[in-house]
Design a protein around this ligand. Structure first.
Ligand code: PLP
Length: 378
């Protein structure tokens, strides 16, 4: 058998080892997937488009109607002003991230990640030969340390990767912090890739602000977003990116030479989703409730310190008070019937666990009761 290319040597797979489906008796707090059904209007649009025969090749960046709807959506909700021609609809936000990394780095170039960061960024960067540089966030609230970002910039730095609201920490960066990061990017002529997939899930009283909405931001920011989280469409694989014309042209080339486009019959469904505001509000109402139950329950357990979860649907809890490492804790929790993620799988995650409250309320309550029995009986 011939050897595979060396690019896969040592390449990580993020949280994957802890995301494997356990037995049915185990409560899953691992998966970042909304515990709701996809709204009916979206399903209807998909089926109708299939019946209409929209199953052939089409415009690579997505239908003009869909791209216009995305441009209108980001203008309305995030003050990002772009034309429909500057939108590329991709198979998930993940693919849009990959294009963004290809667009902003050459092999050997450095990309700044605010650590701990989403587990897929590092392997994705390494996949294309870019070098991830982890800059720790503040441990008291997971917000960025602007001086540490400045200190990490070198001759090879090309891009700062932002993800607010953040997976895994749940932090929502303040408008001042986003402005501070944009100032640094302008000063050093860097790109920003802003993964805004959780942009509608903010539980604090400051808003999500995109660097692309600030003066001087859109020229150097590639915004990545998608349908998976806010409309419960994870399996439909729909994301998008937008940014300045040179980046968008390169994204179109990336897509033309790989995925071609998202399924033709999904484009109308994606357009319909952008107007399903009732579902977004209904889901968010539930997430707030679930967040409070999870936060209060975990805070009562011995040795666990919960840092305020500000957005997305994750809690990143410090478990060092239990005397266990995070992997020991995750393994013990699994034995007690709760699957969760030991955060040492990512840089700067040692001593923390990540739990998702996207799951249903019953699974949250049951998991809390199992962890309680395990930790209190020890
Ligand atoms: C921060 C972040 N970005 C991107 C994605 C991927 O989204 P998609 O399903 O659109 O590829 C996820 C999914 O977990 C995520 O947490």
């Amino acid at each position: 058998m011939p050897e595979i290319s060396s690019r896969f040597e040592g390449l990580g797979v993020g949280f994957a080892p802890y995301l494997q489906p356990p037995g049915p008796e185990v409560v899953r707090w691992t998966v970042g997937e909304p515990g709701f059904s996809t709204p009916e209007e979206i399903l209807d649009a998909t089926i109708e488009e299939l019946r209409n025969g929209n199953t052939k090749y089409t415009r690579g960046a997505g239908s003009m109607e869909l791209c216009q709807a995305v441009a209108d959506y980001v203008s309305k909700h995030h003050d990002i002003e772009v034309a429909a021609e500057d939108v590329v609809v991709t198979p998930g936000a993940k693919q849009a991230m990959l294009y963004s990394f290809l667009i902003t780095t050459m092999p050997g170039d450095e990309a700044i990640l605010l650590a701990p960061s989403w587990a897929s960024y590092e392997p994705m960067l390494e996949f294309i030969g870019a070098v991830p540089v982890h800059v720790p966030v503040r441990k008291d609230n997971f917000h960025p340390d602007l001086q540490a970002i400045r200190d990490a910039i070198s001759e090879r730095t090309r891009v700062i990767i932002l993800n607010s609201p953040c997976n895994p920490t749940g932090a929502v960066f303040t408008p001042e912090e986003i402005q501070g990061i944009l100032d640094i990017a302008i000063e050093h002529d860097l790109w920003i890739v802003s993964d805004e997939i959780y942009s509608r899930m903010v539980w604090v009283d400051w808003p999500h602000v995109s660097p692309a909405a600030l003066p001087g931001g859109i020229e150097r920011t590639i915004v990545v977003n998608g349908w998976s989280k806010s409309w419960a469409m994870t399996g439909m694989r729909l994301g998008f990116l937008t940014g300045p014309p040179n980046a968008v042209k390169a994204a179109m080339k990336s897509q033309a030479n790989s995925a071609s486009h998202v399924p033709t019959f999904m484009m109308e469904a994606a357009r319909v989703a952008l107007s399903c505001e009732d579902s977004v509000h209904e889901f968010n109402h539930e997430y707030r409730k679930r967040r409070d139950i999870m936060k209060d329950g975990l805070s009562k357990l011995p040795g666990i310190r919960v840092i305020e979860p500000e957005g997305a649907f994750y809690i990143f809890a410090d478990i060092t008070g239990t005397g266990m490492t995070d992997t020991e804790f995750a393994d013990g929790a699994l034995e007690a019937g709760v699957q969760l993620i030991p955060a040492s799988l990512v840089t700067e995650g040692d001593g923390f666990i990540r739990v998702s409250y996207a799951t249903d309320e019953e699974a949250i309550r049951e998991g809390l009761s199992r962890l309680g029995k395990w930790l209190l009986d020890e």
